[in-house]
Unconditional design. Structure first.
Length: 689
């Protein structure tokens, strides 16, 4: 099969920087998936993305689809003539060209033919066009008199298969081989004669580093080097690095300075100012303290970099001045005084104001803290002050500082250290993999805040859907579970949900039927638990074995999962789970007979059932303290010793004896065996269907 390199580049106005990586990946995946569907082979590929272009280079693209042998199966050979004629007609052939084909379901009539492959050249335009149409663009725009729509106006289109232009028109652009360089350094047409030359030509003639990852690495290195010159370390956040990479085609890192008096403002406020508004990287010293410097990444190589630095310093100064002004002004009013303003902010129309929410959180946080043997009074106070910083000037300007500024303001107000810390920790974890609250008070506040939201939103019927979750209930649920499990809290999730519903009721806020809400919320949160275990590779059988016992304490649930996972990997697990499955089936067929709870030793006729009884008694005594301590893994490993007596029992003993009393006594023996394992999980479910 002949192959050629293929290049497509779409030139645009500046693309949205936060979406550039996603757009590039979707563009690449869209084209490659269509090539795969058309069974057209290719070699390595490389994506390119800059503020002004999306491009894809595919090496060794096959120039035609392979021919395919197509076989269509029709009716049985002895089918009525009308059915045979109809099938032949649908194939566009006469009856005499049908052949008998043997299948597992008998001999049928079939038609086999060869479908010639189409030239790749003729398919590329449609593939590229469809890929662009399917990009994840929330809102498309038109420009000029064009009817075409895209995320930004488009200006040029390069499409080459080998050295040949793919003759087509996409988004109103005629494909060619003319690209364009950097908007300022090389704003002129650049001819791409060969796909393989694309990246190098843009770099040498166009001042464009087209590869996103390569450009990102250059920026990281430049920023780190600038920080070294300042005798500090640059803090490089990946999201900011991606955004800056999406803003430049020819990166040049420059460092600037700001007045040290601004360091009296909390670091997070200064960092947010630099990061969110100016896209600057901040610098810290060896102790982790913020230095009065910043690093910016320019899109040009200036002849007078000092002037560019001065310009950036002039821009950042009023921003930092605003932050300092807000901070000093905010400190004049205590968090307690600000609470009244929260009455004017609606949390949810049916659930009251943010003030109302803090009242509920305070009650819940106190209850949770006391459940864990902590100071309920401190948690209650933290709950009441938890949202007061939302109406501060600083948080109104920088919403991402909520909680963080509350901690500083609480400290300034003279609140207990644990109250101050908890106000910041209430929002943890803020995202997947984020840190958890360190203190019990912070954990109680974080759980209370999240559970109040989940129960309330469920209570007014605003359940999340597959695509919409405006109150971030999934994230809140995962946060609750992570805090309880990783902080090793002994909270009962059902009781926690019930308490939250009761708090709403005592606040005279009507929710839907409380029992139904409690059940629905519990199921919803536990579903998040399921998903998290599956992401970690835990087998569905293991999860179902634990769920069968309906444990309602997340920490206990997690300990059982880990225990069963370890048991599942042991060589004896298959035999014991099979035996438990067999016991379940036997007991299910017991009918209306009442199986005794106590074994009558006088009815034990066989040595094997005596041995099993003795083994069960011994194991019951051995694992009781382990179960009391929640050491489920050790208990499960201990139960492995039952494999031999169980196997021998089933090999030698007829459970369904003709003697009814003996039969029921053996059922009682099996009942105790099953009960022993059910202390941890229903291991009979480890048997795959």
């Amino acid at each position: 099969m002949n192959t050629q390199d293929f290049l497509v580049e779409l030139g645009t106005e500046e693309l949205p920087p936060k979406a550039l990586k996603k757009l590039s990946a979707a563009f690449t995946d869209g084209i490659l998936s269509r090539l795969d569907a058309a069974q057209i082979g290719y070699g390595a590929h490389q994506s390119f993305a800059t503020p002004r272009r999306l491009a894809l280079l595919i090496k060794r693209l096959e120039t035609a689809q392979p021919s395919q042998t197509i076989e269509r199966l029709g009716p049985a050979v002895d089918a009525p003539e009308k059915a045979v004629v109809g099938f032949a007609k649908s194939c566009g052939i006469s009856i005499d060209k049908l052949e008998p084909v043997k299948t597992p379901k008998g001999t049928r009539l079939g038609y086999r033919y060869t479908k010639q492959g189409v030239e790749t050249y003729s398919l590329l335009a449609e593939m590229v066009s469809q890929s662009l149409s399917n990009l994840p663009i929330p809102k498309r725009m038109r420009w000029g008199a064009h009817r075409d729509e895209f995320v930004r106006p488009v200006h040029w289109l390069v499409m080459l298969l080998g050295n040949k232009i793919v003759d087509c028109n996409i988004l109103g652009l005629q494909a060619g081989k003319q690209s364009f360089g950097h908007r300022f350094h090389a704003n002129q047409s650049i001819t791409i004669n060969s796909p393989a030359d694309y990246q190098q030509i843009l770099k040498t003639e166009g001042y464009v580093i087209a590869d996103f990852s390569y450009r990102r690495d250059i920026i990281r290195s430049q920023v780190m080097l600038e920080a070294e010159k300042l005798k500090g370390t640059a803090v490089i956040c990946n999201d900011l690095l991606d955004e800056v990479t999406a803003l430049v085609e020819w990166p040049v890192a420059l460092s600037g300075h700001f007045d040290e008096t601004f360091l009296s403002v909390p670091d997070q406020a200064l960092i947010s100012t630099m990061k969110e508004h100016q896209k600057y990287f901040h610098v810290i010293d060896e102790k982790g303290s913020l230095k009065p410097h910043f690093i910016t990444v320019s899109n040009i190589k200036s002849r007078e970099p000092k002037q560019e630095i001065l310009g950036n310093e002039r821009v950042i100064r009023p921003r930092l001045s605003d932050a300092k002004f807000f901070f000093e002004k905010d400190k004049k009013i205590t968090l307690k005084q600000r609470r009244e303003e929260l009455k004017l902010i609606v949390f949810q129309s049916k659930l009251g104001s943010i003030f109302d929410k803090t009242e509920r959180i305070a009650v819940l946080a106190k209850w949770i803290a006391e459940q864990e043997g902590s100071n309920g009074h401190v948690a209650e106070k933290a709950g009441r002050l938890s949202k007061s910083d939302l109406v501060s000037e600083m948080v109104l300007e920088f919403p991402e500082l909520q909680g963080i500024m509350g901690q500083y303001y609480a400290k300034h107000d003279g609140e207990e250290p644990e109250v101050c810390t908890a106000i910041n920790e209430q929002y943890m974890p803020r995202f997947s993999g984020d840190d958890l609250p360190f203190s019990i008070t912070g954990s109680a506040l974080a759980i209370a805040d999240k559970i109040d939201t989940i129960v309330g939103i469920f209570g007014v019927g605003l359940l999340p859907t597959g695509s919409k979750d405006p109150f971030a209930l999934r994230r809140a649920s995962i946060g609750v579970l992570r805090i309880i499990v990783e902080k090793k809290l002994n909270l009962d999730l059902r009781n926690l949900i019930k308490k939250a519903a009761e708090v709403y009721k005592s606040a005279a806020i009507e929710l839907s039927e409380h029992k139904k809400i409690e059940t629905a919320v519990f199921a919803y949160i536990m579903e998040r638990f399921d998903a998290s275990y599956q992401e970690k590779g835990v087998a569905a059988e293991v999860i179902n074995a634990v769920k069968a016992l309906s444990p309602s304490r997340p920490l206990d649930f997690d300990q059982r999962i880990k225990a069963v996972c370890r048991f599942y990997e042991m060589k004896e697990a298959k035999s014991l789970s099979s035996a438990n499955k067999r016991v379940s089936n036997i007991m299910a067929k017991a009918g209306d007979f009442v199986i005794p709870d106590i074994i009558d030793e006088s009815l034990l006729k066989e040595v094997e059932e005596v041995n099993l009884k003795n083994a069960l008694i011994s194991k019951k005594e051995e694992i009781r303290p382990l179960l009391d301590q929640g050491r489920y893994a050790v208990a499960m490993e201990s139960l492995v010793d039952l494999k031999d007596p169980v196997d021998i029992f089933f090999d030698k003993v007829l459970v369904n004896s003709d003697n009814q009393a003996v039969k029921l006594n053996r059922y009682a023996l099996l009942k105790q065996l099953r009960s022993l394992f059910l202390h941890v999980a229903d291991i009979s479910l480890l048997q795959k269907a």
